[in-house]
Design a protein around this ligand. Structure first.
Ligand code: NAD
Length: 422
């Protein structure tokens, strides 16, 4: 019983986000009152969304939007469609967005949203109605100056287009900057689709250079083959690394000789999964993370690296494409093993950075070429990596604690200047 509840606790993303915050706040020696103000979310909204299904029946889905902080700018964060979405999970993801935007130093606070739904069970029309109803019910909360959503797990450019259109219908004029991750023809940014994976690559390049590893001699394993995982794998291979294992929700595959990632992307387009890819062999999904490799990229969901499998992980570098893939208990083990963890709030911040570029381009009405977007992204990610690395070496803390310390300090500095309105 006790063991069961300990495991439950280890796997609670909100507990984990709070533990990560507490460790960094303690290292910064923050005042208790300040902690009270910045640790908890600002506002959480729950909406029940009645939808008429294609067969004429009605179903009610529960949706959430949490704004963790608006100290540094509008709330910013994706919307997740997944059957396991809970308020606690959304709270954790919203808090991580605050720290992520601060680490990469863009003028946003943190927010997140989600609907508890398995989108694979809904038709396109049902998904559109659900997305539009969610947007309409939250129309007073969203806005270019207040709260700007983006894609997350199981949401994409089409979802963002529906959000933009619904919000615009209510506003009575087209408002592109209310949401990012839009299709290019609706004010999306060049490079946004690849931005999170590209950012993962930039941080890996920096980390391998710091520890004297040659990326061309590295073997990489990627868990999750959606937006973040597939792009990370593709770009890593283009940089010369050998991708020896990948997985998705249906299973895991491996090839010692290396997988041909562009061909694998085509295979996924045709079949819907990495499973069955020619030249690969299936392996147990749990064992994928334990493969002998230099670089491991968890790019699926939270709580994939726990105290149960952390002792078996053999990678030298873990770059967290997903949000919250490593539990704090596992972090301790990885640190003892000398594994370099590039924390989520740094490693996957490329997505929100190009979302910021998209929002800025929408507001200027001027659009950049992909090269310019990628160059700006590289500059910001390298600066963020170096800022975190400096705290890591000066304060002798892990890269994760360093990233949190840097982010929390940036939020506290702004809070002091703004003051607390009462
Ligand atoms: P996605 O929906 O495009 O892809 C998710 C992938 O994970 C799919 O391949 C799915 O099959 C796989 N998956 C799901 N459950 C799995 C499991 N148990 N084992 C193995 N694979 C599994 O989502 P995404 O946008 O790539 O997001 C992935 C992660 O990255 C999430 O944690 C998300 O919050 C984070 N993230 C995304 C972005 C972004 O810009 N999309 C930015 C920052 C962080």
């Amino acid at each position: 019983m006790e063991e069961g509840s300990d495991i439950q606790k280890e796997l609670n993303p909100l507990e984990n986000a709070m533990r990560q915050f507490d460790e960094a706040a303690a290292a910064l020696k923050l005042d208790r009152g300040i902690i009270e103000i910045i640790k908890n979310f600002r506002r959480a909204t729950i909406v029940n969304l009645p939808i008429q299904m294609d067969d004429g029946t009605f179903k009610v889905f529960t949706g959430y939007r949490v704004q963790h902080s608006i100290s540094r700018g509008p709330g910013k964060g994706g919307i997740r469609f997944h059957q396991d979405v809970t308020l606690e999970e959304v709270q954790a993801l919203a808090a991580w967005m605050t720290w992520k935007c601060a680490v990469v130093n863009i003028p946003f606070g943190g927010a997140k949203g989600g609907i508890a739904v398995d989108p694979s069970k809904l038709s396109r029309g049902e998904l559109e109605r659900l997305t539009r109803r969610y947007t309409a019910d939250l129309a007073d909360i969203f806005g270019p100056e207040s709260d700007v959503p983006a894609p997350d797990v199981n949401t994409n450019e089409q979802t963002m287009a529906w959000i933009m259109d619904t919000y615009s219908m209510h506003a009575r004029h087209t408002v592109t900057s209310v949401v990012t991750g839009k299709p290019l023809v609706l004010g999306g940014s060049e490079g946004r689709r690849e931005a999170t994976g590209r950012g993962v690559l930039f941080t890996i390049r920096r980390a391998t250079a710091k520890i004297g590893m040659d990326l061309k001699k590295c073997r990489a394993v990627v868990q999750g083959f959606g937006n973040v995982g597939s792009v990370s794998a593709d770009l890593l291979q283009k940089d010369g690394a050998r991708v020896i294992g990948v997985s998705d929700v249906r299973g895991a595959i491996t090839s010692e000789a290396g997988l041909d990632v562009p061909a694998l992307i085509e295979h996924v387009k045709k079949t819907g999964s990495v499973v069955g890819f020619a030249g690969s062999r299936p392996i147990d999904a749990g064992k994928l993370l334990e493969l002998d490799c230099e670089i491991l990229i968890p790019a699926a969901l939270e709580n994939q690296i726990t105290q149960s499998n952390a002792p078996n992980i053999r990678a030298r570098i873990i770059a967290e494409g997903a949000n919250g893939p490593t539990t704090p208990d596992a972090d301790v083990i990885l640190q003892e093993k000398g594994i370099v963890v590039i924390p989520d709030i740094l490693a996957n911040s490329g997505g929100v950075t190009v979302s910021y570029f998209e929002w800025a381009q929408n507001r200027m009405g001027i659009y950049w070429q992909e090269d310019e977007v990628n160059q700006r992204l590289e500059g910001m990610m390298n600066r963020a990596f170096d800022d975190v690395y400096a705290v890591h070496t000066e304060s002798k803390v892990s890269m994760r604690v360093a990233a949190f310390m840097l982010a929390i300090k940036r939020v506290v500095d702004v809070m002091h200047i703004r003051g607390v309105y009462a």
